[in-house]
Design a protein around this ligand. Structure first.
Ligand code: AVJ
Length: 313
């Protein structure tokens, strides 16, 4: 097993920049500390949050077809390896896979989920890379000739227009002609369904969002009073995205390290966007980044899509 740690330590700097901007914003990647990753796992089990469950259903139903596209000589490379259920399923059923690379931003979470995986797949050669895939990084050298990236969960939806372009281009440069990219993409749909997926009755999504305030308290010695803030998530139709915000319930002053940040009542911190795409919209993006859309699998209700892209040249 090889481990690489390439995570940039710039949380404090990014927080100050984000909270001094108008409107206030924080990058979604900061939602995923250990606690945040745990809460996200819990979100995926709520009845309202359909993406994870639906994507898993697609993988199960289409296993043979997916397997044909991957072939049996490839190394699987997974981004955001918190989604261990999906990769476990693939590794278990695709007997030809001998090599697996797990890439995640949360080192503790990464190492823990990989430990479990190694116990179940003793013959698998596992590499871990602790990296922020929103900045350039490189892969460890691999034995397998063919590489197939696996990026499930519609995490691509977190990126804005420029970021997703950069990301898809970066992915195609990590690969060579004939390599593959399996990516899960959440589809545009009835707005009520979208709304409730991000406003679950058990309020797990609320806890996930507000954990970011607690994380700043823990790691940056900030003094956010969590009860003075509220979770806010809604579908922005024009932008085709869910927006998640943390709203200040009153005028207040917060200290972060040595700095003070003021909040007005009703002012929000934009913590995450989750873009939704039609199949066509996503395939067009892929083509612009040197990929050939080879195949798309969806569920019967057209909630979610899984794409197989191949690198052109
Ligand atoms: C993991 C980014 C795909 O956008 O649906 C879930 C994160 N945020 N509920 C998403 C999330 C609130 C999730 N992604």
């Amino acid at each position: 097993m090889t481990s690489v740690k390439a995570m940039e330590k710039s949380f404090y700097k990014d927080v100050l920049t984000g909270l001094r901007s108008v409107p206030k914003r924080l990058e979604p990647k900061y939602l995923y500390d250990y606690r945040g990753s745990e809460l996200f796992e819990e979100i995926t089990k709520t009845p309202e949050y359909y993406p994870t469950r639906t994507e898993m259903r697609i993988l199960k139903k289409e296993l043979n077809s997916i397997s044909d596209y991957i072939g049996d000589e490839a190394a699987l490379i997974e981004f955001g390896s918190g989604s261990s259920e999906k990769i476990k399923f693939l590794l278990h059923h695709l007997k030809g896979i001998k090599e697996y690379v797990a890439i995640d931003i949360s080192e503790s979470f990464l190492l823990q989920s990989v430990e479990k995986l190694k116990k179940e797949h003793q013959h698998l050669y596992v590499h871990t890379v602790c990296a922020d895939y929103t900045v350039p990084f490189s892969l460890p050298s691999l034995k397998a000739k063919k590489k197939v990236l696996f990026f499930p969960g519609s995490t691509i939806g977190n990126f804005d227009k420029q970021e997703r372009k950069t990301f898809l281009n970066r992915m195609s440069t990590l690969l060579t002609k004939g390599d593959g990219f399996i990516i899960g993409v959440d589809l545009k749909k009835d707005e009520k369904l979208l709304h409730s997926a991000y406003n679950d009755a058990k309020q797990v999504t609320r806890a996930f969002n507000l954990n970011l305030l607690q994380r700043m308290n823990r790691e940056l010695l900030a003094n956010f009073m969590v009860e003075n803030f509220e979770h806010k998530a809604f579908y922005n139709h024009e932008e085709g995205r869910i927006e998640m915000h943390i709203e200040s319930l009153k005028d207040q002053l917060v200290t972060i390290g040595e700095e003070e940040i003021s909040f007005q009542k009703g002012e929000t911190i934009h913590t995450e966007s989750s873009y939704k795409f039609s199949v066509q919209e996503f395939q067009n993006l892929a083509k612009e980044a040197n990929f050939i859309p080879k195949k798309v699998w969806t569920d019967e209700e057209n909630l979610f899509s899984v794409h197989y892209l191949e690198v052109k040249a």
